[in-house]
Structure formats: C-alpha cells, structure tokens
Ligand binder design. Structure first.
Ligand SMILES: NC(=O)c1ccc[n+]([C@@H]2O[C@H](COP(=O)([O-])OP(=O)(O)OC[C@H]3O[C@@H](n4cnc5c(N)ncnc54)[C@H](OP(=O)(O)O)[C@@H]3O)[C@@H](O)[C@H]2O)c1
Length: 305
C-alpha cells in the first residue's frame, strides 16, 4: 500500500504537471501508486483505471487528429495504466488505438480489449482478424461479445481462439441496466473471464445482483459509462467540491465518481473515455489514495442527485 506521504507527493506532482499546458503528455504520478486488482481467472493484476475509446478515438488518422490523442495515450501509459477498451463498431477507434500505440512506442505495455459484434462464426472470425490488423498486434488480451449479440456462437469461437493462443481472455458486454438480467442468464450458461457492464452513481442496478454474482463466481468486471457519457459531470458543473471529498483523496468531481465505482470491490477496471490529456491525468488520480466508505458513498450519491 502506498503511504499517505507518497500519495500526497505523487498527487501534487501529478496536479502540477497536469496544470502545465506545455507538459500534458508527461502528467503522471509514480505509476507504482496506481491501485491494481486481480483478474480472478488468472491472478494477473490490472491497474484499476482503464481507457474507453467509443467516440473519443473515432477520428481520422491524420497528424492533426492524432496529436492530442497521442498525449492522452502517453499520459495513460506513463501513469501506469494498461487496459484499453475498443470495438470494431467504434468507427476508426481500433485503427487509431493501434496507430497511437505505435507512434508512442508503447505497444507492449497496453492490455488490449476489443469486441465481436457480428452474427455467425465466419463474420465473428473476420472481425477478430480485422481487429488484429487495425490494432497492429498478433494477439488480443481480451475479446468480448458486444451487447450479447449472437453470444453462444461467438463465445464458442472465442474459446477456440483462446485455446489457440490468439486471445488471452474472453467476455461479454452490455451498457444498459435493462440487460443486466440477460448478462446474468448468459453467465449462468457460459464461463467467461470478464463481464463489461454499466455502473455509476447514476446507474446503480449492478450493485444488487450482477456485481455480487461476479465477485462470488470469480469473474473480472470492466465498468463502462462511469460518467454516463459526461452527463453526471454536467450535473455538478461549476459547483465547488465538498470539503468531505478530501477524505477520499479526490480533488475533482470526476475522481469522486470513479472512486465511488472503485469502492465496490467487484469492480476490476473502470474505463472512462476521454480525448483530453488533462482529463486522462485527472482520471488516473482516482486510482490513487483512499476510496470512500459506505457513509462517504452516500454523500457522493446525494451530491449528484
Ligand atoms: N456495450 C458496450 O460494450 C459499451 C457501451 C458503452 C460504453 N462502452 C465502453 O465504455 C467506455 C466509456 O463509456 P462512454 O464513452 O460512453 O462514457 P463515459 O466514459 O461515461 O464519459 C465520457 C465523457 O466524459 C468526459 N470526461 C472524461 N474524463 C473526464 C474528466 N476527468 N473530467 C471531465 N469530463 C471527462 C469525456 O469528455 P471529452 O470527450 O471532452 O474527453 C467524454 O465526453 C466507452 O468509451 C467504451 O469503451 C462499452
């Protein structure tokens, strides 16, 4: 566990660098301070802050478009984070992720999670091959069945690819609370390493059954939509952070929202998306220091309602 002194030193350094407009890509704290959690099926440790790529990484491969995202990627990897979540259906996001990892020379450092959103085995396989090309890699760390599309067929394919060493972990995803029961039904039938689901201060249904099920059955979780696409942050825009936020070591509203999620031990990695290197540095800080206890979590919920 990092000491309180280390946390203060690290977070001050992070804040100072993040505030320096000429150094956004170098804005990172001591990467060893970032909290890690284990993938239950293997014991492999993952840093708890990941990176989503939906919309934010769907840009052209031109220098002008890649430059700001280059700083996001450097901040992310230099800050000790690893897991990047992308998908064939996110437009150019896979190709942009591959290009950014190449130009920042960080290819071996990322944990690459993509998805299959296809019906039928052949189309599923074609998507995985296209993902490998776009991400410029020979293997994928995680491939997830996107929004439970053709789950049985695609998980059978993914199990084969896992046995062949092309894919290291397999999973399923959804982004709606109305699909949590369907995720639970799929989990009861099909063994997977990961489930990706929506959970945030504004969408707490996963606390009831899905997250406890994952904890009880040794399934890692990726938490999507932590800011409900930014809507949660709009609710508190311009409002000062309450003084009790200090008790969680949070210095921004975004960190409070991410820490609320990470306070649930069943959350393995949270995957906020951003195109802004300062937001990336901000989000990384949520993985450092104290997490809110039950009383503080209630205060966070009240602050956003
Ligand atoms: N079915 C699925 O499998 C599924 C569905 C939904 C999402 N996902 C995954 O989950 C990821 C995250 O979800 P999401 O992209 O819908 O939304 P989100 O992460 O909840 O919100 C993203 C928005 O938050 C803003 N933001 C990020 N960090 C911030 C900070 N520190 N301060 C202020 N604003 C901040 C970003 O602004 P900027 O754009 O200005 O940076 C962006 O507009 C996706 O990218 C995707 O990888 C998967």
């Amino acid at each position: 566990m990092p000491s309180r002194r280390h946390f203060i030193q690290g977070s001050t350094a992070l804040l100072t660098l993040a505030a320096a407009p000429w150094l956004p890509s170098l804005a990172f704290a001591d990467p060893s301070m970032l909290l890690k959690r284990a993938i239950p099926s293997s014991g492999e440790l993952l840093p708890v802050i990941g990176l989503g790529t939906s919309r934010t990484f769907n840009v052209s491969l031109s220098e002008d478009s890649l430059k700001p995202l280059d700083a996001v990627m450097r901040t992310f990897i230099n800050g000790g984070a690893r897991l990047i979540d992308t998908a064939p259906s996110y437009g150019a996001a896979e190709a942009v992720t591959g290009a950014l990892l190449k130009r920042t020379n960080t290819q071996g450092k990322a944990f690459l999670a993509s998805k299959i959103s296809a019906t039928g085995r052949e189309r599923g396989m074609a998507q995985v091959e296209a993902s490998l090309r776009a991400l410029q890699t020979d293997t994928l760390d995680l491939v997830q069945v996107h929004n439970l599309q053709d789950t049985r067929t695609q998980l059978a394919l993914l199990r084969e690819l896992k046995a062949r060493g092309l894919v290291r972990y397999i999973g399923i995803t959804h982004y709606l609370e109305s699909a949590h029961d369907d995720l639970l039904d799929a989990l009861a039938k099909e063994p997977v390493d990961f489930v990706q689901l929506n959970y945030s201060v504004g969408e707490r249904n996963a606390e009831k059954r899905l997250l406890p099920y994952c904890a009880d059955h040794g399934i890692a979780t990726l938490i999507n939509r932590p800011f409900q696409r930014g809507q949660l942050l709009n609710r508190v825009k311009g409002q000062p952070l309450p003084s009790w936020a200090m008790e969680t070591d949070a210095t921004t509203w975004a960190q409070l929202l991410l820490k609320f999620i990470l306070a649930n031990p069943a959350a393995t990695v949270v995957i906020p998306a951003t195109s802004n290197p300062r937001y990336m540095a901000d989000n990384l800080k949520a993985g450092i220091g104290r997490l809110p206890d039950a009383a503080l979590r209630q205060k966070i919920v009240a602050a956003f309602s």
